[in-house]
Design a protein around this ligand. Sequence first.
Ligand SMILES: *Cc1c(COP(=O)(O)O)cnc(C)c1O
Length: 308
Amino acid sequence: MGGGMQHTQIQGLGGYNGNHLFIKREDLIPFSFGGNKARKARLFFREIDAGGYDSVVTYGSGSSNHCRVVANECCRRGLSCYIISPKEASEATFNSMMMDLFGAVVTTVPVNLVHDTIENKLADLRAAGKHPYFIEGGGHGNIGTEAYVRCYSEIREQEKALGVHFDCIFFASGTGTTHAGLVCGQILNNDERSIVGISIARKNPRGRDVVLESIRSYLGDRADESLIQRATVFIDDYTSGYGKEDERVRETIEFVLKNYGIPLDSTYTGKAFMGMTEYLKNEQIRGKSILFIHTGGTPLFFDDLNKI
Ligand SMILES: *Cc1c(COP(=O)(O)O)cnc(C)c1O
């Protein structure tokens, strides 16, 4: 596939609540329905290809975009793919159906046994003479962070080409390396702007701490702690996924689909878009250029469609 990657499109959506809104279409990365997991997987599989591995072990829920992409990358290479999945989140989804289609072997266990099951799976494969590669859930780790440091550089190039400076960047923050990579990119380039991660599950302070740990792990001694602290904004107001908030996320998804023709989902991008709207309102941000990163999850849009 070559070393580089084409830039994902940045599309202008026009005025939005007194600001200029742009969206970066990571959902259109041209492999396996795209998304941030496709961007991360590209770097992981570069290492897998170079290292002569014959199998991959990872973990995630039945609705995991990461597991779908990894299973697809394994399938096209003829590598065995083993996915450990928590029983508590294993209902059938379009992603889990694709994992099956790609021939991934999914082992479902109670969430407290996921860690040991991964260790046992790796030990069993090695004992059988196999050479497995382990990828953390969500593509966590420095390689995942690196993928979004590169995305940040891409955004800077696109700003020059478009003649715009994005004052704020918003996106859904989950396992944290998308967030960490963008902040590392900002720090390494000395850029002035706000990078705002909208948490889709974790609460403060833990959610933000995980992002901070990823940033420190990637940067090492290249940045001082006060700079890292200042640059890391993690909003945890929209994590519940129950009742009234659910309804507002659904309205957001409908609005974005009807007005822009862009699919969002209720787990990640729909929450993040709603969180962005609220943040702009609460912080009284006006007249700015805003970039929303569409991190993918298109199969989840279709799962949601069944429930509307
Ligand atoms: C995984 C995921 C995220 C969160 O990315 P992290 O790097 O895990 O924080 C956001 N959006 C979508 C669609 C995802 O699949």
